[in-house]
Design a protein around this ligand. Structure first.
Ligand SMILES: NC(=O)c1ccc[n+]([C@@H]2O[C@H](COP(=O)([O-])OP(=O)(O)OC[C@H]3O[C@@H](n4cnc5c(N)ncnc54)[C@H](O)[C@@H]3O)[C@@H](O)[C@H]2O)c1
Length: 325
């Protein structure tokens, strides 16, 4: 029995491939490598190809006796989704439909999906539970919600699934072997690390006049290794569950941009050069998870704190300024 990981050569996928192998699962990765790196899978069987290639996916399922799928493959840049919406609908939704059709034909009934807290838009309440109404504010978030809804509708046909709504994935592996590429990532922590390590890079805080204790936006940063383990737990859950579950994966702690900068300065033992700019359109003030459901139903909770996230990111970026290249 094998676990197929789509997008397993990407940032979160690569950490999850490792976690699955640590949990004694056989893994095969399918990735176009358009936005991933073959080094990231650390020797795991990698097939370079597209999830929409139905012949290829069917062949992989038969050859490796695939029994379950963890589906990361997608585009994830919010800004790009607004300027190239068709690209996002096509890859994140249409290609996922093709994948699901193939899996159904192969009688594969366990599916874990990378959803996102962005489906909440600007939540009315933080910490945010899964009962919060969804209100996607980007095409990217719309595509994630669309796949969640598709999965719900497919349960009746026998496809059981868990959609994990990730908050802000961050950090690198504790042994410094895999991490995020700051040349392609638009996430906050890689940008803070770049400001520390690359003199030419300018880091800007988007607004310090929000209604938060220090005026900067609050987010829930979750260590990528904790996030990876959540997928193992979701697959374990699906061994007996016959339904569709939607579940937040976050720490439950809100961290402001200022608190994050202070921690980065403590870890690096120097100031993070930065400027304070204007608010960025569409940035919610405060988003952090209520992770009770994950604890109760998946038996999962985060183990790394903010220091551990920043230390692992700092180790990774200071030794891999060009990512895997
Ligand atoms: N990084 C985050 O903070 C975050 C937060 C919420 C949700 N997510 C979701 O988690 C998933 C993984 O995120 P990530 O940060 O690892 O992204 P990533 O870009 O590093 O990884 C995605 C991988 O999927 C591959 N891919 C894309 N389209 C493909 C296709 N059609 N067929 C095969 N492979 C394809 C890419 O080459 C890449 O290796 C994505 O679905 C993303 O939307 C990420």
């Amino acid at each position: 029995m094998t676990t197929l990981v789509t997008g397993g050569a990407g940032y979160i996928g690569a950490h999850t491939v490792r976690a699955l192998k640590n949990a004694s699962r056989d893994v095969v990765v399918l990735d176009t490598l358009e936005r991933g790196n073959k080094q990231a899978v650390l020797g795991t069987k990698l097939i370079v190809g597209d999830i929409a290639d139905q012949k290829l996916v069917a062949k992989i399922c038969r050859k490796y006796k695939v029994a379950e799928v963890v589906h990361f493959a997608a585009y994830k840049a919010v800004g790009e989704s607004m300027t190239s919406p068709m690209k996002y609908w096509q890859n994140n939704v249409s290609s996922t439909l093709k994948l699901l059709e193939t899996l159904q034909a192969q009688n594969i009934s366990r599916f874990v999906f990378s959803s996102s807290a962005s489906v909440y838009g600007t939540p009315k309440t933080s910490p945010t539970t899964e009962n919060e109404s969804t209100n996607p504010e980007s095409v990217y978030a719309e595509t994630k919600l669309a796949v969640e809804n598709i999965l719900k509708s497919l349960t009746a046909g026998g496809l059981n699934s868990v959609s994990l709504r990730y908050f802000n994935a961050a950090g690198a592996s504790s042994d410094n072997k895999i991490g995020e590429d700051w040349t392609t990532s638009q996430n906050l922590i890689p940008r803070v690390m770049r400001a520390l390590l690359d003199d030419k890079f300018k880091f800007e805080v988007f607004g310090n006049d929000y209604k938060t204790p220090d005026g900067t936006c609050i987010r829930d940063y979750i260590h990528v290794e904790d996030l990876a383990v959540a997928h193992v737990k979701a697959l374990e859950y699906l061994e007996s569950a016959r339904n569709t579950l939607v579940c937040n994966i976050g720490t439950g702690n809100g961290t402001s941009v200022t608190q994050l900068l202070e921690m980065a300065e403590e870890v690096a033992k120097r100031k993070v050069p930065h400027t304070i700019g204007a608010r960025r359109a569409g940035d919610p003030v405060s988003v952090y998870a209520d992770a009770t459901l994950a604890r109760k139903v998946l038996n999962w909770q985060s183990t790394h704190d903010l220091r551990s996230i920043i230390e692992s990111a700092y180790n990774w970026h200071s030794t891999h300024p060009n990512g895997y290249r």
